[in-house]
Design a protein around this ligand. Structure first.
Ligand SMILES: Nc1nc2c(c(=O)[nH]1)N[C@H]1C(S)=C(S)[C@@H](COP(=O)(O)OP(=O)(O)OC[C@H]3O[C@@H](n4cnc5c(N)ncnc54)[C@H](O)[C@@H]3O)O[C@H]1N2
Ligand code: MOO
Length: 400
């Protein structure tokens, strides 16, 4: 604890403990895209179900190599050869077609010459018995575990599920998130600002964009003024959401109304203020069924706290296996100062694999957030780091 502030790890633990995994629904494969598997994906069939040719050519008995052969029939994809093959006989075969039971190798077409029904080897031929044959079950066998519960469904998993015999998937229902932006100074993005005292409301759309890759139903009502009664009514109105996330009004000023509004509307406070920078004024409470996550108004603080608290909370509701951001390590490219009492998340760039802090660490400076490749994680009271020291960081750009 630092002056009544709780540590981020403790805050994450308490917040995530409030979440309950969303119930499972069976939905069509495409509808499941982006959702989280509620049950393990098990193969209902083997793939391939029989030995298939991997090439266009001729199915032969390896013992008959190097030929010549008499071609006595064809096995095409979906239309297998169902007769018997004797010594010196070959079957014309296409890629994906079933290899006749008597054959044990495929000669690729480019290695052969054909004259009427007589097939001769003109190239190297198959290197070994079994060449160019995809064995039954070599991709997966019936009953195999293909993906664990908690896996995110994507195009690759959808294809795998289809091949494994599934037409539907059991996934967790979407997480209902209401985003409330508060502040008299806010104006919807893209609309004219009445005065220099007004600013575009960037937090709401930023949070929506951060949530977009997750299975969520987002509700974003109009901007709320700094009025206790209006904010209290909005919180009460959205009590059926899984999460109400607010931005602004989380601190100690006369117009910081989230906490009083929560209490006035019948909600309860769980904790307030985390020993982190940026993001100290975060508040967590409950309003009916909803978890209320009060994020700071400063745009960078809002981003960092969303990354560390909102996204993990949504992932927990959604049934993800892993919910916290990955921590990587890289060496300092310059000196990082000794840290104070709050865990620090410093915007940094990665250059030549080394970390350099960006020039402004102001919690309102969105240009510095956009310029950053990483958030360097500095523990409370961590001493100065010299160039070359290993630092923990959270990557902000894939491939950074
Ligand atoms: N006396 C103290 N003052 C402050 C403290 C403190 O402990 N004692 N904490 C500071 C810290 S740390 C932060 S972070 C901010 C957060 O304050 P609030 O959550 O109450 O946010 P606001 O005061 O409403 O706004 C701060 C800043 O952000 C702008 N803002 C607000 N909403 C949006 C939005 N939707 N989009 C873009 N920008 C937004 C707002 O105009 C302000 O400039 O408090 C410090 N103060
Ligand atoms: O959270 Mo405040 O973020 O330190 O500016």
């Amino acid at each position: 604890m630092a002056g009544g502030l709780i540590a981020l790890a403790e805050a994450q633990k308490r917040l995530l403990a409030l979440a309950t995994t969303k119930p499972a629904n069976s939905v069509g494969l495409l509808e499941a895209n982006g959702h989280i598997l509620a049950e393990p994906l098990v193969a209902w069939r083997s793939q391939p179900a029989a030995d298939l040719s991997a090439m266009d050519g001729y199915a032969v008995r390896a013992v008959d190599l190097p030929g010549p052969w008499t071609v006595i029939g064809e096995s095409a994809a979906g239309r297998p050869f169902d007769g018997a093959m004797g010594a010196g006989e070959a079957i014309r075969i296409s890629t994906g077609a079933i290899v006749p039971a008597d054959a044990d190798a495929v000669v690729v077409q480019e290695d052969t010459g054909i004259d009427g029904a007589t097939l001769t080897l003109t190239g190297d031929g198959p290197a070994r018995p079994g060449a160019h044959i995809r064995r039954a079950g070599h991709d997966f066998a019936e009953g195999a575990l293909l993906a664990a519960a908690g896996t995110r469904v994507d195009a690759r998993l959808i294809a795998l599920a289809a091949m494994a015999g599934h037409g539907t998937l059991s996934v967790h229902a979407p997480v209902r998130v209401t985003i409330l932006s508060t502040g008299d100074e806010l104006v919807a993005p893209g609309t004219p600002l009445p005065s220099p005292a007004h600013i575009p409301a960037s937090n709401g759309i930023m949070l929506s964009a951060m949530l977009q890759g997750l299975p969520v139903d987002i509700t974003m009502p109009p901007l709320l003024p700094d009025r206790l009664d209006i904010i209290a009514a909005a919180l009460a109105d959205h009590r059926d959401a899984d999460i109400i996330v607010t931005t602004g009004g989380a601190s100690v000023g006369d117009h910081d109304l989230i906490q009083p509004a929560l209490l006035q509307s019948g909600g309860t406070l769980d904790f307030w203020r985390i020993a982190m920078r940026p993001g100290k004024p975060v508040m967590v409470g409950r309003m009916g069924d909803a978890i209320v996550l009060g994020l700071p108004g400063n745009p960078v603080s809002c981003y960092v706290t969303a990354l560390l608290l909102l996204l993990p909370l949504v992932r927990t509701f959604a049934g993800y296996q892993y919910v916290l951001p990955d921590i990587s390590q890289a060496r300092a490219g310059t000196t990082f100062p000794a840290n104070g009492t709050r865990q620090d998340f410093m915007r940094a760039q990665i250059d030549g694999g080394r970390l350099f802090p960006v020039s402004s660490q102001d919690s309102g400076a969105l240009s510095s957030l956009h310029a950053a490749d990483a958030l360097v994680v500095r523990a409370a009271h961590q001493p100065e780091a010299a160039p070359g020291d290993l630092l923990d960081y959270i990557a902000l750009r894939s491939g950074a």
